[in-house]
Design a binder for this molecule. Structure first.
Ligand code: KG4
Ligand code: ZN
Length: 343
């Protein structure tokens, strides 16, 4: 039974996990940095790098301890090499290289987006391909066709903001805390999601691409008109008008994501959907996806919430595809902040 230690540090989570035999997660440790970025309303790359440096050692040690293993029990070290912020990526990559070199075991370079796509397999190792994967996070919103293991074809991407970024920005100008996605999810429960009819971007030429910046601007204009912009955090959370506004915004994002994914499935003749990335934590999105899948004869797989936002267990699960094929990275492999997934 092979054991891989996986390291993830592409954004604002320092994470390490030990994964055995593809999908069996022995431990998954995540040190989040939301506290240091909150007052800036977004990630400050230099602060993120410094916090990763402080956390990487203790996080790796804890992952090994919780897995009940030592470094001698490892068969490979996997690490996210991109896409992401270059400083944060380099912290994880340097730690992984040092460990692989010192232990004399292979290094595996993992694409962060492939990690997200593989996250639903952690609890459902038997998912059969082909599938359409929707990766919807703070940095990315994209659809991929996965015809077979390890092969990805990008079907759509966002032309501007990622969905998670739009959640965070709408939250920010209403005075809600960072990251805004989970807060909007929470305060939308029970609010009137039909209070406002926001516009939805329509692409030309049957394109499946996304665009959320118009919706974000429409929400900002509405918030300003209603005197809701830049409120105080506690008041904003409790305000019925704010809750209706964010619930309506959330409904629009969810409808766009679900409708576009269904169109992609129809176009590609695929009946399996993988839902991944931080926004896949959103309860409304999960509910609407499950209902739409039922109605349309599709099967949708979504990871448990802990594996939707950035984590290293998904990086370990993705690394096994390369481990099994003996595809190892040289010790001079570099971080690639813009590494694209697939063709
Ligand atoms: O996958 P992730 O941890 O990092 C990236 O790779 O970007 O995703 C983080 C994003 C943030 O924008 C956050 O606001 C959003 O996921 N998010 C949510 C929820 N939980 C996290 N968005 C909507 N509803 C949620 N429950
Ligand atoms: Zn991510």
């Amino acid at each position: 039974m092979a054991k891989i230690l996986a390291i993830e540090s592409s954004c604002d989570e320092t994470a390490a996990a030990v994964v055995e035999d593809r999908c069996h997660v022995l431990s998954s440790v995540i040190a989040s940095q939301h506290d240091i970025h909150e007052k800036y309303g977004g990630i400050v790359p230099e602060l993120a790098s410094r916090r990763h440096l402080e956390c990487i050692g203790p996080v790796v040690t804890e992952a090994l301890e919780r897995a009940g293993t030592t470094v001698q029990g490892l068969d490979a070290i996997a690490v996210t090499c991109g896409p992401g912020l270059v400083g944060p990526l380099l912290v994880g990559l340097c730690a992984a290289k040092a460990m692989a070199w010192q232990l004399g075991i292979p290094l595996i370079a993992v694409n962060h987006l492939e990690g997200h796509v593989r996250s639903p397999f952690i609890e459902n190792p038997g998912i059969e391909l082909p599938a359409v994967a929707l990766v919807v996070s703070g940095g990315h919103t994209a659809l991929y066709l996965c015809p077979e293991e390890g092969v990805y074809r990008q079907l759509a991407r966002t032309r501007d903001d990622a969905a998670g970024e739009a959640f965070d920005k709408v939250a920010r100008f209403l005075g809600l805390a960072y990251p805004g996605g989970p807060i909007i999810d929470r305060i939308s429960e029970g609010a009137n999601e039909h209070a406002i009819d926001f516009p939805r971007a329509v692409m030309k030429n049957q394109s499946l691409d996304f665009s959320f910046s118009g919706l974000k601007t429409a929400a900002r204009i509405r918030a300003t008109d209603m005197g809701l912009a830049h409120g105080n955090e506690a008041e904003a959370e409790g305000s019925p008008a704010v809750r209706d506004l964010v619930a309506s915004f959330q409904r629009t994002v969810v409808e766009t994501l679900v409708d576009t994914t269904l169109r992609a499935c129809r176009r590609e003749g695929v009946t399996t959907v993988l839902l991944a990335g931080g926004v896949a934590c959103n309860r409304r999105l999960r509910r609407v996806f499950a209902e739409a899948a039922d109605r349309n004869g599709l099967t949708v797989f979504m990871p448990q919430p802990a594996y939707t936002t950035d984590n290293a267990a998904m990086i370990g699960a993705a690394a096994f595809l390369q481990f099994e094929r003996g595809l190892f990275a040289p010790l001079n492999v570099n971080a690639d902040p813009n590494w694209k997934l697939g063709a």
